[in-house]
Design a protein around this ligand. Sequence first.
Ligand code: B3K
Ligand code: ZN
Length: 884
Amino acid sequence: MRAEDTPLIRLEDYRPSDWLIDTVDLDISLHPTKTRVRSLLGLRPNPAGRPGAPLVLDGDELSLSALRLDGLLIEDGAYSATSQKLTLHAPPRRRFTLMIETEVDPSANTKLMGLYRSSRVYCTQCEADGFRRISYFLDRPDVMSVYTVRLEAAKLEAPVLLSNGNRVAAGEVPGEDRHFAVWHDPHPKPAYLFALVGGALDHVRQNYVTADGSTVELAVYVEPGKADRAGWAMDCLVRCMRWDERVYGRNYDLDVFNVVAVSDFNMGAMENKGLNIFNDKYVLADPQAATDGDYASIEAIIAHEYFHNWTGNRITCRDWFQLCLKEGLTVFRDQEFSSDERSRPVKRISDVRTLRATQFSEDAGPLAHPVRPRAYKEINNFYTPTVYEKGAEVIRMLKILIGEDTFRAGMDLFFARCDGTAATIEDFLACFAETSGMDLSQFARWYDQAGTPTIIASGRYDADARSYTLDLAQSTAPTPGQRDKQPFVLPVALGLVGQAGDLPLKTSSTAYASDGLVVLDQPSLSITFSDVAEPPIPSLLRGFSAPVKLELDLADAELLRLFSADSDSFNRWQALQTVATRALVGAGRFAAGCNALLATAGELSHALRGFLRDQAPADPAFAAQVLRLPGQADIAREIGRDVDPTAIHAAHRALSAEIGSSLGPDLLALHEALNAQTAYRPDATSAGRRALRNEALGLIALGSPEEGARLAQAQFAAGDNLTDRLAALAAMTLVPGDAREELIARFARTYATEPLVLDKWLMAQALIAEPGTLERVRRLMQHPAFSLSNPNRIRALIGGFAANLTQFNRPDGEGYAFVAEIVVALDRTNPQVASRLLGSFKSWRMLEPGRKALAEARLAMVAQTPNLSRDVADIAERALARQG
Ligand code: B3K
Ligand code: ZN
């Protein structure tokens, strides 16, 4: 497949399906290589479709074994079947049934789309278009059907048989070692939400009574022997179900809710109705095999998939262009859940870090696209940080603009009005326009215009008038296919910080919405605050109220004062990040600036010393965020052009090392003081203490490597949990030498039977910023812990390497060559994972000319490879496309 041969699907070409499928009766007889699928479809013409249109069902690598219309054979000329399509040329213009039989080979399905086997467990992944790999179907989200599914399998091979909805029958197949189960899902759903699971699985189970009084049987299924690691996921599930009842009034709507963990999975998890299927990385947890970060991710993803039950399943998407309708909204909901369960400011800081690292970088490169794309060749390439994370930011802004109560009223209206439908962004926004009485048409530009806006701000104090005037302007750089941008609606939460904290805000400007909120919806505006008793420091974008870049020229001293005096925790953190970023950008850009960097290190160390002594103990999780410098990729993005990763890395190391050595005694004392005396607990407070302690360890290792190595070895030996041990390994990777290699080997021995832990071990090594890393990664590909057929292993080792700024971007181009080689090889078996990996090239255009040419050449080689998948061809084509 070459990208230019693939049709472009456009939002403006949407038209309703000519046919509807009211009911689907599936009878699936599971077999490792010959699974028989019999599908009985209850069809009728769609009143909104074209009368007399042919029936064209989607297929993908299918072969038809039998076909009946209303129970009768169909004449040869009346239909045609290929692996990609089943067409009835002149179907009856009335209700009829179609029985379709196909045979599929789950063991040969390496794409992990459709029905496949993962460690002997049958499972499915149908979003976005995997159902057509199981049976011919109208595989589009606006065709919603009621499913009844009969599963049959060998008893020994698959004692557990699950599908969507409630189990309505089960039994033995007479005279055979086979059994069956019948599942019925009363809620109409699109095919992408269909799922089945069959295998030998252990489980934990718990009853749950919903707020409206019905009892639900909850279960988490895992591979045999791992049930003792399923407790945390169950605990998270119960908490998020209560939260959705309390915060959104949403109750669960079936008698059972099943979660299944499988070890081969293309992404994180999938929200199939009543049967969520998860990558086991996001289910299994115990202190020895999961880090604090894993516990938090499991909590977030269990919640995310559960929340889809209303935002995604009960209300689904009309077409895939509306993907953000379910994804952005559901990310917003899971972020809010985690904020309520943990620390709100810390959650916000970590979400913004992710947003900047993943989405801002996407928006700044050739793969930029609007939150609602207008055209695509391969929809699976649009499950992006823009659709998910920026999509969530758009919901957050909406809530800020209309206020909490009006937002909730809008959500209530959305649930009431759109329940059971396949909806659009317009349907969604109409609910909020109605509850708020606001015209949201300009706000809707967030869905259509790509690119990260910049707010340029400046302020001046007039001592005579005792007034402060703030000038705000917005601009957005061109993105592929979108040159001129219309102004966005930007909610700017702000405060004016004086000597003793926040000053009262008084203004008659119409841009001032309410309590500390200015709405910038013009190219520029000026707003004057009166009765300002002293020259203030502006604190803008509190809580990161809009996903934008901010240009505001504050002196380091002013930023450091915000760090100590701002009432907004996010902006306290941001102030210090800004000081560090500015210094790193200067040093990274000119590969010089050493003196300026040292001066900044001095300022930062001074501020941090006081903070660590006085404030860190009260909020270690926040302190850990404060201590962590901006990432090297963030600095690269800030520099934006002619980027030299080596110079950025050197500046980053120098600043960290300087801070690490000048704060040495404080960091050591902190590391000692935070040494937990009690057994591991995964709660946010305990995790915060470990996070701070391990940030300190990392800085010590950079500031005084010998001391760091000693501490890391001791921490590894004493560690009773994976969080501390992995942090010890990470600190040790910063210090080259035999001791490092010994710890690496010891780690592998300790966790030899834990594939998910060894993924972290693979990644820690792939991230070492030294020229030997490429060789090391090649060697690790031969290690028994690695496999090119498991997505988690690939993301850990190869994805880790592609995220290694200096080594992926080696000046000799060997990093690009290596990743490109893997992409091409992987494309033959798993195009989705291959195209994700190719996305690592997304920032190639901002590199200095030498590396840029090498990266471009590799991308071009990938693009020219014969028989590429649509997935990889599309990314290569867009990455290479001329700008403008
Ligand atoms: N909806 C799935 C993602 C499906 C990805 C298809 N390539 C998981 C989620 O967002 O919850
Ligand atoms: Zn989702």
